[in-house]
Design a protein around this ligand. Structure first.
Ligand code: ZN
Ligand code: ZN
Length: 360
């Protein structure tokens, strides 16, 4: 029987030729999970055309055997020296490692252990490339993670009152996500009110959510290992003309960028669509980050949706569309959906309206 993970490893092996490697040692945990099913916090996968072995420590003995279809080797000491021994014994000439994720010290030690038999080459981006295209099962997990986050948002946001702190809003959202069955938030929930919403990655603070202010919530849930991501902005009491204008500009940019999502389009074209829309309102200078990012096992993965993202979109990719405008001293607006690239364009997975919601 070929498992999903075994199929993924076969595809990785096919890519190793690009790097002239005859084996790979995978250490980045989301990639390890993708290729083996293993969800523990310490492990290494050695994959060659002849074998796939997961190395881990005794804490994960039972779990590793239950989760993966690979051979499992449980070691009491550090994993790399043992992997190096096996690599040398199998006389691999070039071993691909995720050098962007290894410490300099580990990379150097490994080089020493393998010389002169085996050379290290880079496996960087190979598994990440496979992960860009989601299977039906992965899309289902992301969809469920998205629906769960949206449900938590809806059950909390209407109860927010002036006097709640940003921290309380975040805590209630996180609590609700867990109560609904999430493994946890997919990242630290962002809640930022008033001028603090001009900080794109504000951490919830012990400050009260004020009357007559913008309130930005950026959140996602983690479910079955998969993430979701959404941002909504509400206004406490009647918004000023300026707040309304900024909101409308961001919403138009978000809708314009979403319309640009289709197979064959460069990710940079989606980013350009958002920027162009904001330029028409003179607000592109206040849009200080990329339009979006892929998500899946990690909250930020390929493809990036920015100025220089050459990736051509394909059905099965899941990305966020999240333009924002940030005005120091005033506040910020970002509107973010998670979207699936489909053969005909895209499907917005975030099941929430985008008109400015006013809390009274
Ligand atoms: Zn987000
Ligand atoms: Zn995002």
């Amino acid at each position: 029987v070929t498992t999903v993970n075994a199929e993924r490893r076969t595809r990785l092996l096919a890519l190793l030729g690009q790097r002239k490697a005859d084996g790979a040692a995978i250490s980045h945990l989301p990639n390890l999970r993708y290729l083996t099913g293993f969800t523990g916090s310490n492990g290494l996968l050695l994959v060659t055309p002849r074998s796939a072995t997961l190395f881990t420590d005794p804490r994960y003995d039972i779990q590793a055997r239950a989760e993966t279809d690979c051979a499992v080797r449980v070691l009491t000491g550090s994993l790399w020296p043992e992997v190096a021994k096996v690599v040398k014994k199998s006389r691999l000439k070039r071993l691909a490692v995720e050098d962007g994720k290894l410490s300099y010290a580990t990379h150097r030690a490994l080089q020493g252990m393998l010389a002169p038999v085996t050379r290290l080459v880079s496996a960087e981006g190979l598994t990440e490339g496979l992960r860009m295209l989601k299977s039906a099962g992965e899309i289902d997990a992301i969809r469920r993670a998205m629906n769960l986050a949206a449900k938590a948002y809806q059950s909390v946001i209407g109860r927010v009152r002036p006097g709640w702190t940003e921290q309380r809003v975040a805590a209630e959202l996180d609590h609700k996500m867990r109560m609904l069955g999430a493994e946890g938030p997919a990242f630290e929930t962002i809640v930022a009110s008033g001028p603090r919403s001009a900080l794109p990655h504000a951490r919830p603070a012990a400050v009260e959510v004020g009357r007559n202010r913008l309130l930005l919530v950026d959140m996602g849930a983690s479910l079955d290992g998969y993430t979701s991501d959404m941002t909504r902005v509400v206004h406490l009491n009647k918004p000023s003309r300026k707040a309304r204008a900024v909101y409308d500009a961001v919403l138009e940019a978000q809708l314009t960028a979403t319309e640009a999502v289709r197979p064959g389009a460069a990710a940079s074209a989606v980013d350009a669509a958002a920027r162009k829309s904001l330029r028409q309102r003179g607000l592109d200078g206040a849009f200080t980050h990329s339009t979006g990012h892929g998500l899946g096992l990690e909250i930020h993965e390929n493809p990036r949706v920015g100025r220089n993202s050459e990736t051509l979109l394909e059905p099965g990719m899941v990305i966020t569309i999240e333009p924002g405008v940030y005005l120091e001293g005033f506040g910020g607006v970002r509107i973010e959906d998670t979207v699936l690239v489909t053969p005909g364009g895209c499907e917005v997975l975030t099941p929430l309206a985008k008109e400015l919601q006013i809390l009274t």
